[in-house]
Design a protein around this ligand. Sequence first.
Ligand SMILES: *[C@@H]1O[C@H](CO)[C@@H](O)[C@H](O)[C@H]1NC(C)=O
Ligand SMILES: *[C@@H]1O[C@H](CO)[C@@H](O)[C@H](O)[C@H]1NC(C)=O
Ligand SMILES: *[C@@H]1O[C@H](CO)[C@@H](O)[C@H](O)[C@H]1NC(C)=O
Ligand SMILES: *[C@@H]1O[C@H](CO)[C@@H](O)[C@H](O)[C@H]1NC(C)=O
Ligand SMILES: *[C@@H]1O[C@H](CO)[C@@H](O)[C@H](O)[C@H]1NC(C)=O
Ligand SMILES: *[C@@H]1O[C@H](CO)[C@@H](O)[C@H](O)[C@H]1NC(C)=O
Length: 418
Amino acid sequence: MDFFTRICILSLLSVISIQLISADPNTFNVQDYGAVGDQKTDDSWAFLKAWNATCSATTGTATMIIPKGKTFLVYPITFWGPCKSTTVYVTLSGTVKAPEDPSAWKDHDVGKWLEFQGINGLNIDGYGQLDGSGQKWWDQSCKLNPGKGGCTKLAPTVLGFRECKNVNMSHIFVISSPQTHILVLGGENVYLKDLTIRSPGTSPNTDGIHISHSNNVLVDGSFIESGDDCVSIGDASMNIHVSYCECELGHGVSIGSLGRSGNEVLVENITVEHVNFNQTSNGGRIKTWQVGRGQVRNVEFSYLNFTNVQNPIIIDQYYCDVAHNPIIIDQYYCDVAHACKGTKTGVKISDVRYIKAFGTSTTPVAINLNCSNIVPCTGITFEDVQLESASSNGQVTSSCNNAFGNTKGIIKPNSCLK
Ligand SMILES: *[C@@H]1O[C@H](CO)[C@@H](O)[C@H](O)[C@H]1NC(C)=O
Ligand SMILES: *[C@@H]1O[C@H](CO)[C@@H](O)[C@H](O)[C@H]1NC(C)=O
Ligand SMILES: *[C@@H]1O[C@H](CO)[C@@H](O)[C@H](O)[C@H]1NC(C)=O
Ligand SMILES: *[C@@H]1O[C@H](CO)[C@@H](O)[C@H](O)[C@H]1NC(C)=O
Ligand SMILES: *[C@@H]1O[C@H](CO)[C@@H](O)[C@H](O)[C@H]1NC(C)=O
Ligand SMILES: *[C@@H]1O[C@H](CO)[C@@H](O)[C@H](O)[C@H]1NC(C)=O
């Protein structure tokens, strides 16, 4: 076969394979629905049309494709389910970018940018990026401009999963979120793996991943740098696992805040393991409002590394940060005066284990269990916990209020559990 024949056959083969791909009845490329990807054209409508086609495909699987090498400008939209196929794949390989100007949300819910709602069987992968264009939102946030007219308390979440089941998302970059990066609300079997989430440590209220009213959620192998909680776990959350993550800057992994509106809460079966905290304000934190009721139980923090963390281990049942936490993700009305001054009840915290936690604290109180005087913390366990001061000649201590439990192995600073 001479050279030209070979080239001919090769190009013929590639033409055939390209046709095979684009003719595949199960794949829906946003460009085939008019998306331009030049960063300027509004591609929202094309995305919705491609989603509609994907979601209504009657094949077993259907794939929406957002191709590599392009940046698609997309306004706030919701990808609605339920879908007809058993699993919908989204191959996100390009960049999807939010409008930079908050005025783009004029006729939309300012809490959302992209959202998947009511889908059972969703798989998102592809090494692409969601860019929330957060800068202008941060600049006008009430947190950074307290008391200033026109400041905003609520800003869009980059990606929400609302009432979704059986979701896998991996290898996606989520950057520059106006507020929460990823929200899982009312989810079941949601696996978030190998994600990179990144916003400046100074960006206000930019939680990495917020989970609430959900059962069986896994956050694994992810790097999260942000200005608020790395992962936060809200009310009605069960069987939540955070493993092999890096939390940089921001506020660490938080259970709470819970019970702000005096509501009954239930959070149980939470594990946080193999997590490195680097320059975060907290490591493993549980925070509840004094007016809350209900339970947090069976929580295990294990294999944690702390590098220059302000409060490596902290339970705060006297949480009352009204000025700095204006956002309301829970759907409960928050009466600020009531939240701090109403009848104190207390959320019961029990069976919390800290196992193999090592590293440095930048404040003198490395372990701070400030539990409710109405419902004490019980069944707290420390096993092989060794924390030291981040400064070479500094000392650290532990502080307990109404905290009961046991220790095993070497505990430094000395345990103050009763
Ligand atoms: C998507 O489908 C829904 C319901 O079938 C319809 O109301 C909507 O107009 C469709 N949107 C687009 C962009 O095709
Ligand atoms: C998600 O991944 C798990 C394996 O990790 C697999 O069993 C499951 O079928 C996947 N679900 C979807 C919707 O792709
Ligand atoms: C929490 O874990 C316990 C023990 O594994 C289990 O019996 C219980 O059903 C779990 N709770 C929920 C709500 O899944
Ligand atoms: C914690 O740090 C130690 C020493 O720096 C390292 O050997 C270990 O692998 C780290 N643990 C994790 C979970 O990364
Ligand atoms: C902490 O983060 C800094 C960058 O901010 C990095 O240089 C350093 O290696 C990180 N340390 C650990 C232990 O991950
Ligand atoms: C415990 O909480 C109370 C009430 O907010 C506060 O005054 C006290 O300083 C806290 N203790 C520690 C050790 O942080």
